[in-house]
Write a protein that binds this ligand. Structure first.
Ligand code: KG4
Ligand code: ZN
Length: 338
C-alpha cells in the first residue's frame, strides 16, 4: 500500500501544534508552541488568551513544521484535527484552520478525539498489538480500557468523581504551587516523605476509581493544621497524596491484569508524564510479566504528533468529516463501549 502522510493539528488547550506523521507511526516533523509561561502568570489557563494566542501562532507553527519536514500541504494525504474535548475557543481555532486547509488543498478532513491521540501516541514507540489494556490518566479521564482492536473499547473501570490529573491540579492549589499543578506536585513529592496518613480510596475489588475523597482529605488536613497553628510540611503532604493516588492506580491496574488475563498494557494521558507513575508501572508489569508501553515524555504532554497517529486508523477506514465539523468542548470518548 502507498505510504500515508497525515498532517495533524492540536489546539485543545494551551499548546499550538502541527505535525506530519507517516503511516500512523513514523514522525516526520512536529512543532509545538506552548503558552505555559503566559498562563503561569495567571495561575492557570485563561481561555480567552489561549484562543487568541492560537490564532496568532497557528500559521507560523504550520509553516515551521512543513519546513522541518521539507514538505508542502499539497504533499500530505489528509488533514487531522482535535475536535474535542478542550477549551471551546481553543479547539475552534484548530478546527476552522483544518477546514480551510482541507478545502483549499482538497484533502480529506479527519476529526480526531484528544484522548485517541494520547492512546495512539504509543504507536510512536511500537505498533499497538491487540488485545491490550489501556490505562488512561489525564486531566479529564481516569480509565482502564480493554482494546480489542483499533477504536474498539470496553471500559473496565472509570472514576466515580474527579479525574486523577484534576486531583493533582487541585492539590497543587491547596499547596499554593503554581500552574501547571501536576508536575509541581511531583517535584515537591520527590523532596518529601509520606508522613501524612491519608485515606486509601476504593480499597475494594472494583475496577473503578475515586479521587475526590482524597482531595478533600488533603484540604481538610491543611485546614485543621492551620487552625492548630501548625505549619504544613508541603513536601511531605505532596508525597503522601501522590503515593495514595498512584497506589490506587497500581492496585486497580493489577486487578484488571489478573481478571482479564492481560498480556499488554499501554499508558496514555498527561499524567503518564509522571516519572514516579512510569516507574511504578514498570515495576508492576515486570512483576506480572506483562509487556508495557508508555510514550516518551514529549508525547505525553499535548502535541499534534499523537493526533496524526490516531487519525491513521480513521483514514484507513474512511472516517472523514465534512466542512460542517464543529468543535466540542466535551465529548466522552469511550461511548461505544460496554
Ligand atoms: O492529558 P492531559 O493533557 O489532560 C487532558 O487531556 O485532559 O493532561 C494534563 C493533566 C493535568 O491535570 C496535569 O496536572 C497532569 O496531566 N500532569 C501530571 C504530571 N504532568 C502532567 N500529573 C501528575 N504528575 C505529573 N508529572
Ligand atoms: Zn492531553
Amino acid at each position: 500500500m502507498k505510504d500515508v502522510y497525515i498532517l495533524g493539528i492540536e489546539t485543545s488547550c494551551d499548546e499550538t501544534s502541527v505535525s506530519i506523521v507517516k503511516n500512523g507511526s513514523e514522525e516526520i516533523a512536529t512543532t509545538v508552541l506552548t503558552q505555559m509561561d503566559t498562563h503561569a502568570k495567571y495561575g492557570g489557563v485563561v481561555p480567552e488568551i489561549a484562543s487568541r494566542m492560537h490564532t496568532e501562532n497557528i500559521t507560523m507553527v504550520l509553516e515551521d513544521a512543513l519546513k522541518k519536514a521539507n514538505m508542502k500541504v499539497s504533499d500530505v494525504d489528509a488533514i487531522a484535527v482535535t475536535y474535542a474535548p478542550g477549551l471551546l475557543g481553543s479547539l475552534l481555532v484548530g478546527v476552522e484552520f483544518a477546514k480551510v486547509l482541507s478545502f483549499v488543498y482538497n484533502k480529506p478532513l479527519i476529526a480526531t478525539h484528544h484522548i485517541a491521540g494520547h492512546i495512539y501516541a504509543n504507536n510512536l514507540v511500537k505498533k499497538l498489538e491487540f488485545p491490550l489494556l489501556a490505562l488512561v490518566v489525564s486531566g479529564g479521564h481516569t480509565e482502564l480500557v480493554l482494546m480489542e482492536d483499533d477504536y474498539k473499547f470496553k471500559v473496565l473501570g472509570t472514576t466515580k468523581d474527579d479525574a486523577i490529573g484534576e486531583s493533582f491540579d487541585k492539590v497543587a492549589r491547596v499547596l499554593d504551587l503554581p500552574y501547571p499543578g501536576g508536575p509541581n506536585v511531583e517535584k515537591y513529592a520527590a523532596l518529601g516523605e509520606p508522613t501524612y496518613n491519608l485515606p486509601k480510596p476504593m480499597n475494594n475489588d472494583e475496577l473503578n476509581f475515586s479521587f475526590s475523597g482524597l482531595k478533600s482529605a488533603v484540604i481538610n488536613l491543611r485546614h485543621n493544621e492551620e487552625q492548630r497553628g501548625n505549619e504544613i510540611r508541603k513536601y511531605d503532604l505532596a508525597r503522601s497524596f501522590q503515593d495514595v493516588a498512584f497506589d490506587q492506580v497500581i492496585r486497580k491496574t493489577r486487578l484488571a491484569i489478573e481478571r482479564y488475563d492481560i498480556k499488554r498494557v499501554i499508558v496514555a494521558g498527561g499524567v503518564s508524564a509522571s516519572k514516579n507513575l512510569r516507574e511504578l508501572m514498570q515495576e508492576l508489569c515486570q512483576e506480572m510479566n506483562v509487556d508495557l508501553s508508555i510514550p516518551p515524555m514529549r508525547y505525553c504532554t499535548d502535541n499534534a504528533t499523537m493526533i496524526a497517529c490516531a487519525a491513521y486508523p480513521q483514514f484507513i477506514r474512511g472516517d472523514f468529516s465534512d466542512l460542517s465539523l464543529r468543535a466540542k468542548s466535551q465529548e466522552y470518548f469511550f461511548k461505544d463501549s460496554n
